[in-house]
Each structure stands twice: as C-alpha cells, then as structure tokens.
Design a binder for this molecule. Sequence first.
Ligand SMILES: Cc1cc2nc3c(=O)[nH]c(=O)nc-3n(C[C@H](O)[C@H](O)[C@H](O)COP(=O)(O)OP(=O)(O)OC[C@H]3O[C@@H](n4cnc5c(N)ncnc54)[C@H](O)[C@@H]3O)c2cc1C
Length: 419
Amino acid sequence: MKRRGFLTNAAAAALLPAQILRGQASAARVTVVGGGFAGASCARSLRRADPRIVVTLVEQSTVFHACPMSNAVIAGLREMDRQRFTYKAVQADGVALVPLAATAVDPRARSVALSDGTRLGYDRLVLAPGIDMRWDALPGYDEAAAEQMPHAWQAGEQTLLLRRQLQAMDDGGLVVISAPAGPYRCPPGPYERASLIAWYLKAHKPRSKVIVLDAKDKFSKQQVFLDAWSALYPGLIEWVPLSRGGQVVAVEPATRTLVTDFDRVRAAVANVIAPQKAGRIAAAAGVADRSGWCPIDPVTFESRLQPNIHVIGDAAITGAMPKSAFGAHAEAKHCALAVAALLAGREPASPTLSNACFSLVAPDYGISVAGTYRPDGQELAEVPGSGGPGPADSPRASPALEARNAETGFGTLTAEVFE
Ligand SMILES: Cc1cc2nc3c(=O)[nH]c(=O)nc-3n(C[C@H](O)[C@H](O)[C@H](O)COP(=O)(O)OP(=O)(O)OC[C@H]3O[C@@H](n4cnc5c(N)ncnc54)[C@H](O)[C@@H]3O)c2cc1C
C-alpha cells in the first residue's frame, strides 16, 4: 500500500470541530458519498442519531443545485440563485466535508478512493450519488450532444442552457421533449416541464408549440395534467405516447432532429431526457445490478450486493416509492437511524416513509401526488389508500393552493436538508 493511502482520514478529522474529536479514538466512522437531498440529509441525521459517530461527507461540488422548481427556472419564472445551496449548515452539525469526487470503493478493505489519489476508511458507507445519464442508451446522444440538446435533468448549467435556447428561439418554433421509460428521476418532471414551457410560449411566443415524444403509454398524474393542458394550453402541447410512435430511438444533434420508428422530428429546441442509471460510483462499488440501479434491503437500505454499504435516494431500487427529493430525504433520515442502530448492535426499526410530489402546470396552478410506503418483501410498497393525485379528485386543495404548497414544500425541504 502506498504511503499516501489513508491520509485522508486524518484530513477529514482535521475538518472536524475539536469537541467532536475528543475521546473518539475508536468512534464508528460513517462515510457518505454524495451531498444531495439524500446524502446531506443522511449525514446530518447520523450526527443527530448518535453524536459519537464520525461522519464524513464526500461531495464533488462546493455548491448544490436543486432540481425541484428548476422547471420554473427554465420558463423564466425563477432565478437560479434560489436553487443554490452550500454545505455550511451541514458542516456546522459536525459533519466533515471532503470536497472531492469518490472514484472507487473497496468493500473488502472498507475504503473509498478519492479524486486526489487518497483513500478514506469507513465502518459503514452510505452511497447517495443520484443519477447519471446512460450515454450508451440512445444512439447519437452523448455528452457533446447534450450541449446541443440539453437534458437539464441534473440542475445547473444544463438548466440554464435550456432556458437560453428557449429565449433565443423565434416565435413559431417547435420545442420537442423526449421523455424516457421508467424508472427515472422525478416521474412527473417531464410533464411539469412541458406545462411550464407551454406557459412561457403562450406568454412570449404564442405561435410556437410543444411536442412530448414519450417512451411510455402512461405517466404520473396523467389525467390531471391532460385536463389542465386542455384548460390552460389548448392546442399548444401534443403528447405522443409509445403506442403512437412516441419513443425516440436516435437523435441527430447537428440538426436537432429526433428520430422515432415512424418519423423524424426537427426541433428548434430539443430537450432530451435520456434514460438514466444510478450515479457511476454505484457500479464502481459493485452495488448496482444489471438494471443500472441498486437493490437494497428496504428496512436498512443496505445493499443486497455488498455488505456495510447502504444506498439511498435516486440511485436505490425502492419499488413503489418514486425517485424524488422528498422521498430521498425520508429515506435518508430512516437510513441514518438504521445505520446508528446497526453500529450500536441494535435491530433497526422498520420504516414508514412518506412522499409528496408537487408539480406546477402554471405559476398559479399546482397539482400534487402523495403516498406512504412500507417494506414488503424486498421492496417498498405503497400503503393502500394512503395517497393519490390532487386536486382533481380531492376537495382539499385548489390549484392555486397547490401552487403555493409547491413553493412552501420546497422551502421546508431545502431548509431541513441544507440550512
Ligand atoms: C426537473 C426536475 C424537477 C424535479 N422536481 C421535484 C419536485 O418537485 N419534488 C421532488 O421531491 N423531487 C423533484 N425532483 C427529483 C429530485 O431532484 C431527485 O429525486 C433528488 O435530487 C434525488 O436526490 P439524491 O440525493 O438521490 O440525488 P442528488 O440530489 O442529485 O444528489 C447527488 C449528489 O451526489 C454528488 N455525487 C455524485 N457522485 C459523486 C461522487 N462520485 N463523488 C462525490 N459526489 C458525488 C452530486 O454532485 C450530487 O450533489 C425533480 C427532478 C428534476 C430533474
């Protein structure tokens, strides 16, 4: 072993407040990779569950860009600075932040390799790397193509690129969104995006149109979206499902052309939401299966492929629980309790997890879907009667109230995770 190996534990310890280090020579070490909704939340929750645990968060970016509400940024309804969060509050809770990428995991040695060539040991590892695009899944779509036809499915520069393209488009232009088959991050996200782009076009470029080319025949909150589109944007959004030839089978970035089995559609602006997989460190750690996602025990979130490694957030296979920021936060809090219990030799409790997903159809028109989930065999199953979409079949909330709930829900969630 090279001498530089394992120096990073000392480096991480140097980042910890002195009072946390006192008397911790043999304290349990938990390393969390990925400081998004799942990882940042889990790191803080671990410190709260047992302040004796030495928690290190490995995050490759110094600033986190949140995806929820980013469709409003694309439509010019919101500025990007409201999507940005730092790790100051996470560090103030006594979490050591390592601002590097994790490049490999050695489950036998229980160590994580970092992008500076050093390694970090752990007793238990939590992987929360979110998603990566499957660059090999759609012919013609690679990282260079994403500069012409942005996915905007990881917030930040991609979000702003799509916004700039819409702003630069002539009135009368065709916007095409390619929506993937499941599973993917944020099931209602492509349809919220189509709605808010339609809102932008109606207000600024009324001769333009949105086409959603879809690799599936059904989508989340479908009837509620379709009813709202008829009411707010008649003739402006066309949804082409799989059974009518909606699946995009290739793209040609030079001409912004999307190819289906029956057609070639040339777009003025093309948003290609490509097929996805767990963030690449998951495969490097040996916790992703052939689907590209990570099978876990739904009680402890421990990988079913590698011991002592837990996977949370979008990267995990969670059955009926959708890949959402609210869900990631719920999983993170429970995973922290389970890891603390396992480290203390106690049996982890079985979780009941809640998720609520809000979508904006217009600035003052929101819809939501909620659910509660419990372990059932190897997956999380929805508790019967626990949720469903609103407000179409719910007398509780009006579209205007749901739009306000979307904003307050985002504020509450980001405050809990990052502030
Ligand atoms: C357009 C859009 C709208 C959405 N709207 C909503 C919504 O309204 N409500 C909702 O609940 N959800 C929404 N979502 C879904 C939500 O954004 C995700 O489900 C959530 O971000 C998942 O959290 P995560 O922690 O698993 O991943 P992320 O939040 O993506 O965090 C992953 C983190 O890991 C880091 N990372 C990855 N690999 C490494 C590595 N090797 N080393 C170090 N760091 C690494 C990344 O830099 C990143 O910070 C939306 C998504 C999109 C795309």
